[in-house]
Design a protein around this ligand. Structure first.
Ligand code: ASP
Ligand code: MG
Length: 403
């Protein structure tokens, strides 16, 4: 007998028919003699709708009350799924986050899971129940309901799998698995059989949006193998696991991120400590800096450009304005019409020429590169936002269509 955790995203439970479809998948797994814990998200766009409702009443509502509201979405879906499972004739119990033992930090709307006390879940499994747990929520030390941040149900599922040493953790969604590029945009995108945690983390941050970042971090930390698969087709998905346990692909995927902005700080003094002081101003405000480019110094000054998330661009620019007012500098400019396109692959560590091949694809497509950054398993370029789709297409074709 195996313990299997199955997580279903909002689109998989969006209406009655889909809820029954999920009930069927769950009960089929149960019928095979497995213990099953199911984690569900709120139906369809429920969470967005709840946020809208809150904004109608009070856009400045406290985060505590926002969490009280948002947690309701998952309460609806667990009850409906449990009702569907009852109707199919199987023993089932639904549990809210706190009932399932999710203890979190006190940070409302972005709480972190501290511990899952799985006693209640275990008791229910011992009674042969299928256990349906509300994702995305827990309780903090003030005994208040908290939520984990958007897309947090993936993390709820992995946390249960880790706490209970589950044999399998399946993340059901509306795509068949993880692809080499967005399958809605790139015709020849191929589904991957397997991908490493690190590659998946890069692709998740790069906007591939199949798995929540934190869930992958947690899976990596506890060595939980994940399967990403579709709830609509009965086909095997993509396994996310340790790199050492798989054949390394040269390139696993091409991703684009248009939620970036480039900030240029021009004509600052070319002296020791400048970069340190400049970037510590940003980190003090929790602004993450990604690609950094510094020009060669001339006449005692230099230029530093960097990218941040678009949502941080205005604040970052204001901080930089303040900064050059104290140390001297010419100006600060912000460009929001940029995109980051990246290739990710565990195999590039041991292969030369991967970056060159990417640059050649961009050259062939007449796309200008504005910034470049590389790591062991990733090459990213910053380009004009209007070129982003063409860039992904050209790069994907270069790596996946030629050989
Ligand atoms: N319902 C929450 C959201 O939409 C959590 C989740 O879907 O994972 O963000
Ligand atoms: Mg959702």
């Amino acid at each position: 007998m195996s313990l299997i955790v199955q997580k279903f995203g909002g689109s998989s439970v969006a209406n009655a028919e889909r809820v029954f479809n999920v009930a069927k998948i769950v009960t089929d797994t149960y019928k095979k003699g497995n213990k099953v814990v199911v984690v569900v998200s709120a139906q369809g766009d429920t969470t967005d709708d709840l946020i809208e409702k809150a904004n109608e009443i009070n856009p400045d509502a406290s985060k505590r009350e926002k969490d009280m509201l948002l947690a309701a979405g998952e309460q609806i879906s667990i009850a409906l799924l449990a009702m569907a499972i009852e109707k199919l004739g199987f023993p089932v119990v639904s549990l809210l986050g706190w009932q399932a033992g999710f203890q979190t930090s006190s940070a409302y709307t972005s709480a972190r899971i501290k511990k899952v006390n799985t006693d209640r879940i275990e008791k229910e499994l011992d009674k042969n129940n299928i256990v349906v747990v509300a994702g995305f929520q827990g309780i903090n030390r003030y005994e208040d309901v908290t939520t984990l941040g958007r897309g947090g149900s993936d993390t709820s599922a992995v946390a249960i799998a880790a706490a209970m040493h589950a044999d399998l953790c399946q993340i059901f969604t509306d795509v068949k698995g993880v692809y080499t590029a967005d399958p809605r945009k790139i015709e020849n995108a191929k589904m991957l059989k397997a991908i490493s945690y690190d590659e998946m983390l890069e692709l998740a941050t790069l906007g591939a949006q199949v798995l929540n970042n934190r869930s992958v971090e947690m899976a990596k930390k506890y060595g939980i193998e994940l399967e990403v698969l579709s709830s609509f087709t009965n086909t095997p998905g993509t396994i996310v696991k340790e790199a050492a346990k798989m054949e390394k692909m040269l390139i696993s995927g091409v991703a684009k991120d248009t939620e970036v902005a480039r900030i240029s700080v021009v004509g600052v003094p070319d002296e020791p400590g400048l970069a340190f002081k400049m970037f510590s101003k940003l980190s003090a405000k929790n602004i993450n800096v990604d690609i950094i480019l510094q020009s060669i110094g001339r006449d005692g000054t230099k230029d530093i450009s960097f990218t941040v998330a678009k949502s941080n661009a205005k604040e970052a620019a204001a901080i930089m304005e303040d900064y050059i007012n104290t140390v001297g500098g010419k100006n600060v400019s912000v460009d929001e019409k940029v995109a980051k396109v990246s290739i990710v692959g565990a195999g590039m560590e041991s292969h030369a020429g991967v970056a060159t091949k990417m640059f050649e694809a961009l050259y062939d497509a007449h796309i200008n590169i504005r910034m470049i950054s590389t790591s062991e398993i990733k090459v990213s370029v910053l380009i004009n936002e209007d070129d982003a789709d063409a860039a992904v297409k050209a790069i994907h074709a270069k790596f996946f269509d030629e050989d």
